[in-house]
Design a protein around this ligand. Structure first.
Ligand SMILES: [Zn+2]
Length: 694
């Protein structure tokens, strides 16, 4: 058992002890449900209120706000019905002109439950709606229709105005009803922006009338899964092809989803990818790529005016479907080499005085941003839009760590934090050996929970950080059950990061709340990861290893990658073994090269074993070595081979695995050389964490 867990058990006892103190002497002690996300201020007053399903409520809201609230409440498990006057009602939802200063943001509310009634006050309908969510979580609903609430005083407001969930529906398509189910859960946890990744190389998912081929062909492929598509030639097919897999959302579907979201105070942000991640577009309209040929590129040609005509037409139709002020244009991971070779792109660069391809990408982003401004829309892009100069008023979504966000804030731009390390829900949430295949990484519930979206470095300008978002990329997520499994319960942690002030957060009570909430999720048709079964971090990573090479110098005959340097030159002899994630800064990565290092033990030493472990994880192109050679030397010049080990696990083995390669025996020497041959796949990595010598 880890120290962390031991603490947790102790804290759990303390937590229950405090709760039982609160309700001591109280005859009908109500069940206390921990609200997620935790309100800024919550004071249980020790009594309870009993209502029946179908009790009456009153609101001073008018028009659409009133009918939205009435519909939502009537269909909710509370089944509240609209009363004609306040005096008839057990529950009052009032819009008020002002709230205390600490609640002076959109979505704030005050909720008071006493022995006789429930009163809610907010400045806008979103605030009333969030109070409803707190009520739903507080309610103890019995099968006979009795609903018991604890008496409580809540004053609550969100920490961030933007609280998001992103879902990639390109890599795999998910039906409309499934999207609505996500919106229901978002509402429950007070999230308010659904970022819909509608277009990408693996499939275009949005009906555009001017370009019907985008969906009749671009939304279908003769492969069921992304992996088969990626490795099988990346082709598309007509929707009537007998092997066609995929789908898209019609304008009617979008209308329905946008309206469903609106009723839940959720804004839907469409993402139309440019200038990269557009294989499906340039396969159908090859004239929009630099090569002019299908299946040769993922990027638009920025030198071609027709590209802008296409993008502006698509954006115009998109804007007509989505009332969102924000429009996401992607902007990530462009392979800019094609532009450097293209005559049209080169001409554009000359005419516009652009000094490199970064500035060429920036030219496109600026032009699209200016176009969106004519439509009164604000552009969001991934942090690559900083390269070559950021367009004015663009909002940056920082995903490659926080640096993009920090840079953008320093330039006075608004930022939404989505760093992969804390916010990428495509990573494993538990031991990879026990989980369905994922793209890699290791992002536990407590790691998500630990995130603070305002970096110390830009604390003074924290108001420019509008919020935080979970990103659900779906390359490996082929079923809706698997999507749920990746999103829940991690989204609950993200919701509390987004809503609750840092000093009000509490991991122990949150974890307890999640265990209960998991039962609710399961009962309501979700398939969350069950925290009860959590295995936790890799055993080897939990305690440092003592051995003869610890703190000894390592001579690198082959260089490690700067991107995966771990602790640099000291990494392989620092006594620290890697965890489940290859980017935990303990695993050192070697790209497109063999591994060849020498450990200098400083003096002649008797040794009995030499071992290093390697990782295989095919998603991120990490493979075990083809073979390993271990040798020893007195002078560092003349080596004697101790062993050569052939790896027998094929590169097609696609589960996460860590394999030790080592020698045991008796030998004496000062220098130990460890060589590992790369599997030879272009772009392939070798990852190892420690050379253990005993
Ligand atoms: Zn071009």
């Amino acid at each position: 058992m880890t120290k962390h867990r031991a603490n947790y058990s102790l804290m759990k006892l303390v937590y229950f002890f405090i709760l039982s103190l609160i309700f001591v002497g109280c005859k009908d002690a109500p069940t206390v449900h921990r609200i997620i996300p935790m309100p800024q201020s919550i004071d249980y007053t020790g009594n309870s209120l009993k209502l029946s399903k179908g009790a009456l409520f009153y609101t001073n809201l008018e028009g659409l706000g009133k009918s939205d609230l009435a519909n939502y409440l009537e269909l909710s498990p509370l089944g509240l019905k609209l009363a004609q006057s306040a005096s008839d009602a057990d529950v009052i939802f009032d819009i008020v002109p002002s709230l205390p200063d600490s609640l002076n943001v959109g979505g704030a509310y005050m909720l008071s439950i006493n022995k006789n009634k429930i009163e809610v006050e907010a400045k806008n309908s979103a605030g009333l709606f969030y109070a409803v969510q707190s009520l739903l979580q507080l309610a103890d609903i019995h099968t006979n229709g009795t609903i018991i609430f604890p008496t409580v005083e809540i004053a609550d407001a969100p920490r961030f105005e933007y609280r998001g969930l992103h879902l990639d529906v390109s890599r795999h398509f998910y039906p409309k009803e499934f999207i609505k189910k996500q919106l229901d859960a978002m509402a429950r946890y007070k999230l308010n922006n659904f970022h819909w990744h509608l277009t990408d190389g693996a499939g275009w998912r949005l009906e555009i009338e001017q370009y019907p081929e985008l969906t009749s062909t671009g939304a279908f492929r003769p492969y069921k899964t992304w992996k088969e598509w990626w490795t099988g030639g990346r082709k598309y097919c007509d929707q009537n092809d007998p092997n066609a897999e995929g789908g898209y959302y019609t304008k009617e579907d979008v209308k329905e989803i946008v309206e469903y979201a609106r009723q839940r105070h959720i804004n839907v942000i469409p993402e139309i990818e440019m200038p990269a991640h557009s294989e499906e577009v340039v396969a159908i309209y090859p004239q929009l790529s630099c090569t002019g040929k299908p299946y040769t590129s993922a990027e638009f040609c920025i030198g071609n005016e027709e590209t802008f005509e296409f993008l502006e037409n698509v954006l115009s139709e998109t804007i007509s479907m989505f009332p969102s002020d924000y429009i996401h244009i992607g902007g990530d991971e462009a392979d800019k080499r094609g532009w450097a070779k293209c005559k049209k792109c080169q001409r554009r660069m000359k005419e516009e005085g652009l000094k490199d391809v970064d500035e060429l990408q920036s030219y496109l982003i600026h032009r699209i941003q200016a176009f969106l401004e004519t439509k009164n829309k604000q552009m969001i892009g991934w942090d690559e839009i900083l390269e070559g100069g950021l367009a004015p008023n663009a909002v940056v979504m920082s995903w490659r760590g926080e640096n993009g966000g920090i840079e953008a804030v320093k330039k006075g731009h608004s930022v939404i934090m989505t760093p992969a390390e804390f916010c990428y829900f495509d990573a494993y949430q538990d031991a990879p050996v026990s989980e369905p295949e994922a793209i890699g990484g290791y992002l536990t519930l407590d790691k998500v929970y630990s995130y603070n979206p305002i970096p110390e470095e830009v604390k003074e300008r924290g108001h420019l950080i509008k919020g935080v978002q979970a990103n659900t990329w779906t390359e490996y997520i082929t079923t809706i059950e698997h999507v749920d499994h990746m999103i829940y319960p991690r989204l609950l942690a993200l919701a509390e990061v987004a809503w609750t002030d840092v000093e009000k957060k509490d991991w122990e009570s949150f974890r307890e709340g999640v265990l209960k909430e998991t039962v609710w999720l399961q009962a309501n048709g979700y398939t969350p990861f069950d925290l009860n079964n959590e295995i936790g971090e890799r055993k080897e990573a939990q305690t440092p290893v003592e051995h003869l090479a610890k703190s000894k110098k390592v001579i690198y005959n082959s260089p490690y990658s700067h991107h995966y340097a771990a602790a640099g030159d000291s990494s392989l002899t620092d006594g620290l073994r890697g965890g489940w994630s290859y980017h935990d800064k303990r695993w050192q990565g070697f790209l497109n090269t063999n591994f060849d290092v020498v450990v200098d033990l400083e003096k002649q030493t008797d040794i009995t074993s030499v071992t290093a472990e390697f990782l295989q994880l095919s998603g991120p192109y990490i493979w075990l070595p083809k073979d390993v050679t271990i040798s020893i030397s007195d002078d560092g010049i003349k080596y004697t081979e101790l062993t050569k080990i052939e790896n027998e696990l094929p590169t097609t083995y696609d589960k996460y695995i860590v394999v030790p390669f080592g020698w045991e025996g008796n030998a004496k020497g000062r220098y130990v050389r460890y060589q590992a041959t790369s599997c030879g796949i272009d772009g392939g990595w070798l990852f190892t964490d420690e050379i253990v010598i005993k």
